[in-house]
Ligand binder design. Structure first.
Ligand code: ADP
Ligand code: MG
Ligand code: ZN
Length: 719
């Protein structure tokens, strides 16, 4: 395996989970894997395709993507082809010929082909090694991208009982997961849910003040970096693209209103580095495998966190640092609310409202952005400082805000929980408005209690209270503030509350540096990038397929000027070495000759694989909890014994469950409760514990919900 990884793909080490997945495939087991975008799913089936005898069949939904993937495989020296409606009869019969001659290692197929008469019969006559279903969520009506064509894959395992089947996706709620496994008929699959943490992405939110000049400023700082700017409407896409072009930026628009031809052309121009920036609606995305997207800007507030995560996820697939910047202005909220109000079903409206509130919280809350995203997906992120978001990189200080919180909540409570943010701030700040006089809110006790502080401060307090669930916003177009149980406890002095006060990052780092990423020779990078583009045009493939940015960066650190040195660079496999090695070593040699002062560092013996997760908690402490649990102690007893908080012990147990250790869940959560919780996760279509606890009406606790969640998501290996 490692040998193939090096020789074919040129990589020194596997990304998280790749190795286990491949081992299972080689053992001929079915696999179901949820891995984030950029997690390296393709390699999980391309590597076995190279190692096993017979053809690996990959089912993939988009024609454009298929072609790029096949090109990429061929560049790595894998014999690959695709079958879809774009082929001529002649091309098609060539491929069948190669299949019959057993000379194809990898075959990409569009799903609808499986519904065509005779196709399956033909396939049965060919020695196959593996089926890999990419974007497997497309088979589920519960997923966000259901494609009826995928249904022709139902029961694939029955039609081909002796061939292992694997399914990959970057999104799957528990319900979608179950649906995929059932529809395809996977046989006790090895299930893996990878972490959704994308370590190389820097998350940042800025106030939207003068959008166009703010974007321009960003682009000037990130000259020549390819990136996507998302906007909500076609019109704003069009206008922003025009503005940028006027300012001398290489940019093109993309939205569903453009003619198919133009859309295709613009997408290809972006993917082949012919244009640097694409301004787009969210119609742009699926079908973009471009690995060197260096930033994603959201110029408007996204509708929900899932979308935001998927869209930002399109940057930095190559594992190199990338920026995700959101411009947040409260003026965007009513626009989205307007669309929500048009929804016919009450249920849909309230779900969408909740999702909107979550994005507002994400943008306005002073809590690590990465933590918020991961917790949204039900992951427990325990790092104090992620090192790659504006909050963690800012100057953050924890302050006790209990007194100010009480002032605000007292104003909310004394006015009967019937008013929105602005009015409550007016009361606290002692404003003299018509509304206050009419309602005689100048007579309540809290009126003006906070007049010595700025309104901005009270907005901050309310944001914190919302973000920490001490208060919630309720009601459609004019939401009012309501206290939760937690809020009431704070109001009556039973609980304290802390806020994070931060100073804006004063000096923006030019390119953010995360540990594990080294500075490189930027002049050489520009040279190599030009060379890559020229070779890509000659070979008619997207530049990132020749070498990824990660590979070029590494060349710009170690200056490989001979083929032997070139071979040690990550991403340079045998085929690419042969095809492009000399072009690149020559360019590097020329650069070294012209710059005699350059000193070349020794290659470090091991490269740190991108995306390796830092150890979250000391292993020893978890093991101690494990031992005590196995001795029969309850959570409370372990907590006493170890003098650690109950929540800490619960966290340890969650961790152990996730890692597939033998923790008897029934000892922690009553079977009936577990059932209720699992059902609630499914029906509420969320991995958040909040709504589950709320809907259970007190029947289950947060800790129970967390433990069950870990249990459902655990790395199962039923065999
Ligand atoms: P996904 O389909 O999961 O979104 P891809 O399969 O497109 O991700 O892979 C994303 C990028 O990661 C590609 O550029 C690929 O070459 C690179 N990659 C995959 N595995 C490794 C690895 N083990 N080491 C370094 N880079 C890798
Ligand atoms: Mg993929
Ligand atoms: Zn952070």
């Amino acid at each position: 395996m490692h040998n193939t990884l090096k020789k074919v793909f040129g990589f020194q080490s596997f990304r998280p989970n790749q190795e286990t997945i491949i081992r299972n495939i080689l053992d001929k087991k079915d696999v179901f894997a949820v891995m984030p975008t950029g997690g390296g799913k393709s390699l999980c089936y391309q590597l076995p395709a190279k190692m096993m005898t017979g053809t690996t069949v990959v089912i993939s939904p988009l024609i454009s993507l298929m072609k790029d993937q096949v090109d990429a495989a061929i560049e790595n020296g894998i014999s690959a082809a695709f079958i879809n409606s774009s082929l001529s009869t002649q091309e098609m019969s060539d491929i069948y010929h190669r299949l019959k001659n057993h000379t194809l290692e990898l075959l990409y197929i569009a799903p609808e082909r499986f519904a065509m008469q005779g196709f399956i019969e033909t396939l049965k006559t060919i020695p196959l090694s593996l089926f890999a279903i990419d974007e497997a969520h497309c088979i589920s009506e519960w997923g966000h991208d259901f494609r009826p064509d995928y249904l022709s894959l139902s029961g694939l395992t029955q039609t081909f009982p002796h061939i292992p089947v694997t399914a990959f996706t970057a999104t799957a709620t528990p319900r979608v997961q179950e649906d995929i496994i059932n529809k395809i008929g996977l046989r006790s699959p090895y299930v893996i849910r990878a972490s959704f943490n994308r370590q190389n992405l820097f998350y940042q939110v800025k106030s939207k003040i003068e959008l166009e000049s703010q974007i321009l400023e960003f682009l000037k700082e990130h000259k020549d970096e390819p990136g996507i700017i998302y906007r909500t409407t076609r019109d704003s896409v069009f206008r922003l693209a025009e503005f940028l072009v006027d300012q001398g930026i290489s940019a093109l628009p993309y939205h569903a209103g453009l003619a198919t031809e133009e859309r295709k052309r613009n997408q290809e121009a972006f993917s082949r580095d012919k244009v640097t920036v694409i301004v787009a609606t969210i119609a742009f995305g699926m079908g973009i495998d471009k690995s060197n997207v260096r930033f994603v800007i959201h110029a408007d507030l996204p509708k929900n966190i899932e979308g935001y995560y998927q869209e930002t996820g399109r940057s930095g697939r190559d594992g190199e640092p990338a920026n995700c910047l959101l411009f947040f202005g409260r003026q965007d909220i009513p626009k989205i609310r307007y669309f929500i109000d048009q929804m016919p079903s009450e249920n849909e409206r309230s779900i969408s409202m909740e999702k909107l509130n979550q994005t507002v919280k994400y943008a306005s809350h002073n809590v690590c952005r990465r933590r918020q995203l991961l917790e949204y997906f039900g992951e427990n992120y325990t790092n104090e400082n992620c090192g790659a978001c504006d909050i963690c990189m800012g100057n953050v200080e924890k302050i006790d805000i209990t007194t100010d919180a009480q002032i605000v909540m007292s104003a909310i409570s004394r006015t009967g929980q019937h008013f929105g943010i602005r009015h409550i701030i007016d009361i606290v700040a002692g404003a003299d408005t018509k509304r206050i006089r009419e309602l005689q809110h100048n007579e309540i006790k809290t009126y003006g209690a906070g007049r010595h502080k700025e309104k901005k401060h009270w907005q901050f307090i309310i944001n914190e209270l919302l973000a920490q669930d001490a208060i919630v916003q309720d009601g459609g177009q004019y939401p009012v503030l309501i206290l939760t149980k937690k809020g009431t406890d704070i109001l009556y002095g039973k609980e304290k509350i802390e806020g994070l006060k931060r100073e804006e990052i004063k000096k923006k780092p030019k390119a953010f540096k995360v540990s594990g990423f080294e500075p490189y020779d930027e002049v050489l990078f520009d040279r190599l990038r030009v060379l890559r583009k020229r070779l890509a045009d000659e070979h008619r493939v997207p530049p990132y397929i020749i070498f990824s940015d990660m590979t070029l960066h590494e060349m710009c650190i170690y200056y490989p000027a001979t083929l032997t040195d070139m071979k040690t660079i990550s991403g340079v496999g045998d085929t690419k070495l042969e095809r492009y090695g000399t072009d690149f070593t020559e360019e590097i040699k020329a650069h070294l000759d012209e710059n005699p002062g350059i000193s070349i560092p020794d290659r470090k013996p091991v490269t740190i694989p991108a995306g390796t997760l830092p150890k979250k908690v000391k292993v020893g402490t978890i093991e101690k909890t494990y031992d005590l649990f196995k001795e029969g102690l309850s959570i409370e007893e372990i907590s006493k014994e170890r003098n650690l908080a109950v929540s800490t012990i619960t966290g340890h147990l969650e961790n152990l469950i996730r890692n597939g250790r033998d923790i008897e869940i029934d000892r922690l959560v009553e079977p009936a409760n577990r059932n209720t919780i699992e059902k609630l996760f499914l029906t509420l279509k969320t991995w958040n514990t909040g709504p589950v606890v709320e809907h259970s009406k007190g029947a289950v606790s947060y800790d129970e919900a967390k433990l069950v969640r870990a249990y459902v998501q655990r790395e199962t290996n039923p065999a």
